[in-house]
Design a protein around this ligand. Structure first.
Ligand code: ATP
Ligand code: SKM
Ligand code: MG
Length: 182
């Protein structure tokens, strides 16, 4: 499947969505398919601090993590021809939301609560905002975050799809979107 050429398509693509929906996994594959650089904002922050997000939250606090996240996104969003995976909480910050929507094609990777719950056991360890939360609290967080992701250009629902199928759908929806923009 080819990616259509037009004037809009130099814009970087930003993936948003709840923790564990697949932003990192899908983002890397979409970048390979489009022959673009892949930037994972969480990984960039990890590299800067040489610590995982959980360690940064514990040692420096969430405020420091969010400030760095804001700086990183502002830096990369202005660059062309990237695929950028944002952290699950990035759109909590209006500045990130505005710059991403202005500079990038923002794709919301969606997952139902039921499918996410099935995946949650493999996620909790590395996601500090899930630590100490019971299922009801995680469900509350899931629905609260969903409101943030309502701001996007494209949405791809990932339920019951393999990683490869989601990647195909992302490329397809980008092609349709760019066709409309032509
Ligand atoms: N469509 C899918 N089907 C099955 N498993 C998937 C799918 N997409 C992602 N996964 C798996 O879910 C886990 C979380 O994926 P990933 O780390 O890419 O999520 P993320 O959105 O980047 O999370 P975070 O916001 O915390 O960075 C990984 O183990 C990945 O292999
Ligand atoms: O949803 C969140 O608040 C987060 C998601 C992860 O991607 C990381 O950015 C971090 O663990 C915070
Ligand atoms: Mg990720």
């Amino acid at each position: 499947m080819k990616f259509k050429e037009n004037t809009f398509n130099k814009k970087s693509i930003a993936l948003i969505g709840f923790m564990g929906v697949g932003k990192t996994t899908i983002g890397r594959l979409v970048a390979q398919r489009l022959q673009r650089d892949f930037i994972d904002i969480d990984k960039e922050i990890e590299r800067k601090y040489e610590m995982t997000p959980s360690e940064i939250f514990k040692i420096h606090g969430e405020h420091t993590f969010r400030k760095t996240e804001r700086k990183m996104v502002s830096h990369f969003a202005k660059q062309e021809l990237k695929v950028i995976s944002l952290g699950g909480g990035a759109f909590l910050q209006d500045e990130i939301k505005h710059i991403s929507l202005k500079e990038n094609i923002v794709i919301f990777l969606d997952i139902s609560w039921e499918s996410w719950k099935e995946r949650s056991s493999i996620l909790i360890d590395r996601r500090p905002v899930l630590h100490g939360k019971n299922t009801t609290e995680m469900k509350e967080l899931y629905y609260k975050r969903k409101e943030l992701y309502a701001h996007h250009h494209l949405k791809v629902t990932t339920d019951d799809l393999s990683i490869e199928e989601v990647t195909d759908l992302v490329i397809d929806s980008l092609n349709n979107f760019l066709e409309i923009k032509e």
